[in-house]
Write a new protein. Structure first.
Length: 590
């Protein structure tokens, strides 16, 4: 295409631009019509895709409704919800159960002695380990620095640390609970650096689960921990273990400043303040077995300090269980222990009729919403007087007028659409077709109160004008769920595996398959938002062809315009010469 000097009518006085525009108007009209066709296809594609997303939403719901778990929802309650809460899962069996909580799961914890915020704990090159992970110090390390280094490794160690400036102590804690949770700190002079000066007995071979070594008769006894001048007395029963004694001591940490643990097979007291400590009891055998009858070894200063958490201990219907977390599962129930119990709590599990009813009702509501939308689209009338606006038409209109025009132009683009109409028919058949292989007493949706027409206490719902909407007799459906939950479930979930007929399938299976078929057809017609090529679906191919034709026509129009402008330029040049000659002749004959 050659560039043309478009000088308009300087000699002739003609409006060359208007003349050229008029001469190519026929071709320009063809381009405008093709652009209008392309715009209609874009709007139609958008309508298809919007409906496809709604059908996809119904198909996803139908998939969930095919699963038996949607109909096996259980409700569970606890007679002591403040101590033990419970929720039921689909695998829980209806009934009543008893549970006792003797101890809660706890994480491991450790507390340093008094450490000033500016005290240097570790020097450059020193190191420590936490649960096998090495932390190397690259400079003078203070409490806040130590905390940051420990927390940076918490993903690997499972241990977090914090420093309180008021109490001037570093607090270590595990991120999990249970006996597998531990804090194992190693390295040179760990205890002295963290001021964990410890006192310990001499007895060996103890664990937290070791029985308390009571004397004759194993009668319950008291044991008294004397810290400075103050006594702390703990009652121990014949069922208590060494870990139970340690828990009792650790619960008083806030007032004693002392924690207890088993380390190297003996009881160790973390005594950062170095207070005088002693134990007394009326049962000398017990003290000796615990290694607490001899003088406490205040010089004990380990290079490794280890403490572990404890499991929750419960008794469920008389059977003891141990769990690392306070939330655990038993017989399909999710149970959370909040505190210990003094008497058994009763857990009651029932079929959750309301939840199943809501699941079915929500599904039917979603189906009805889709039916309304599709019926509206296929029933709309298309007004051919409202075609997409050309660029020139838009230039002469306000934005508000353009918006109103296009709203009318978009109406009815899917009127009487065959894909949607046949899809509606297939949905209606899913509800109306008989079901084989079901219970002899419950083999249709109408028997559980789901139908396109209902007569409830003389009130009629549903006619042919509703075009396939479904109604629910709530009382009838709730009674069916309560009386025959398995049979209600089968009306939705049954699948006989026969691909040639759906007579042996439940409603959810039928609707899933039919929604899937509609999605496949619409996708072939209009593609999806993720479609990478216009050539991959029918409307896209038409749009692509129009783009090619429009481009070709626009080139032809540009060539025609150049040719006409060239011809007018030659005419102007000829007129200019004629005027010059006329002027010369006039001068000669003047």
């Amino acid at each position: 295409m050659v560039s043309v000097n478009r000088l308009s009518g300087l000699i002739s006085g003609m409006d060359t631009d208007s003349l050229v525009k008029s001469l190519v108007s026929s071709q320009s009209s063809k381009v405008n019509k093709m652009k209008q066709q392309q715009q209609l296809l874009e709007w139609k594609r958008a309508d298809y895709r919007d409906l496809n997303s709604k059908v996809l939403d119904l198909r996803n719901s139908a998939f969930n409704m095919k699963l038996q778990g949607s109909y096996l929802t259980k409700s569970a309650t606890s007679s002591q919800d403040g101590a033990v809460s419970v929720t039921g899962t689909s695998s829980a069996n209806a009934g009543q159960y008893n549970i006792e909580v003797s101890s809660l799961a706890k994480g491991a914890s450790l507390t340093s002695g008094v450490i000033g915020a500016n005290d240097v704990l570790y020097a450059n090159g020193e190191s420590m380990t936490i649960n096998g992970q090495t932390i190397t110090f690259t400079g003078d390390t203070k409490a806040a620095d130590l905390v940051n280094l420990i927390n940076a490794k918490s993903t690997d160690t499972g241990v977090k640390a914090s420093y309180d400036t008021t109490m001037q102590r570093v607090f270590f804690s595990t991120m999990k609970t249970g006996t597998s949770a531990q804090i194992d700190i190693g390295g040179a002079s760990v205890a002295s650096k963290l001021k964990l000066a410890s006192a310990a007995g001499t007895s060996q071979g103890l664990t937290t689960t070791s029985a308390i070594p009571f004397g004759a008769g194993g009668a319950p006894q008291n044991i008294t921990l004397k810290v400075g001048s103050k006594d702390y007395t703990y009652s121990l029963s014949a069922t208590d273990k060494v870990g139970d004694l340690l828990n009792k001591i650790n619960q008083d940490f806030g007032t004693t400043g002392i924690t207890a643990q088993v380390d190297g097979g003996r009881i160790v007291l973390n005594n950062p303040s170095g207070q005088a400590v002693s134990f007394t009891s009326g049962d000398a055998t017990m003290l000796a077995g615990l290694g607490l009858d001899a003088a406490l070894d205040t010089a004990y200063n380990p290079t490794a300090v280890k403490t572990t958490g404890q499991n929750a201990k419960v008794k469920f219907n008389g059977v003891e269980g141990s769990y690392e977390s306070n939330t655990f599962s038993i017989s399909g129930m999710t149970i959370t222990a909040k505190t210990t119990t003094t008497s058994p709590a009763t857990l009651t599990v029932n079929q959750d009729t309301d939840a199943v009813f809501k699941t079915i009702k929500d599904f039917v509501d979603k189906y009805n919403t889709l039916i309304d939308t599709v019926n509206t689209k296929v029933s709309e009338s298309y007004d051919r007087d409202y075609q997409p606006l050309t660029d020139e038409q838009k230039e002469a209109m306000s934005e508000d007028d353009i918006k109103k025009w296009e709203e009318k132009a978009k109406v009815g683009l899917l009127s009487r659409d065959s894909i949607l109409s046949s899809g509606l028919s297939s949905f209606r058949q899913a509800f109306s077709e008989g079901m084989t292989g079901m219970s002899s007493t419950m083999n249709s949706l109408a028997q559980i109160g789901i139908s396109s027409t209902l007569n409830t206490n003389g009130v009629v719902q549903g006619t042919y004008l509703d075009k396939g909407k479904i109604y629910i007799d709530e009382a009838k459906l709730k009674k069916a769920i309560a009386d025959n939950p398995d049979e209600v479930m089968k009306l939705f979930t049954a699948n006989d595996g026969n691909s040639t007929t759906s007579s042996g399938d439940g409603l959810a299976v039928r609707l899933y398959d039919r929604a899937d078929a509609i999605i496949t057809k619409i996708t072939a017609k209009a593609g999806t938002a993720a479609s990478s090529s216009l050539k991959s679906y029918e409307i896209g191919k038409s749009m692509s062809d129009l783009t090619t034709r429009i481009s070709r026509e626009e080139v032809r129009i540009a060539d025609m315009q150049d040719r006409y402008y060239t011809q007018f330029a030659r005419m102007e040049s000829y007129l200019s010469k004629m005027n010059s000659q006329s002027s010369w002749l006039s001068q000669q004959t003047g």
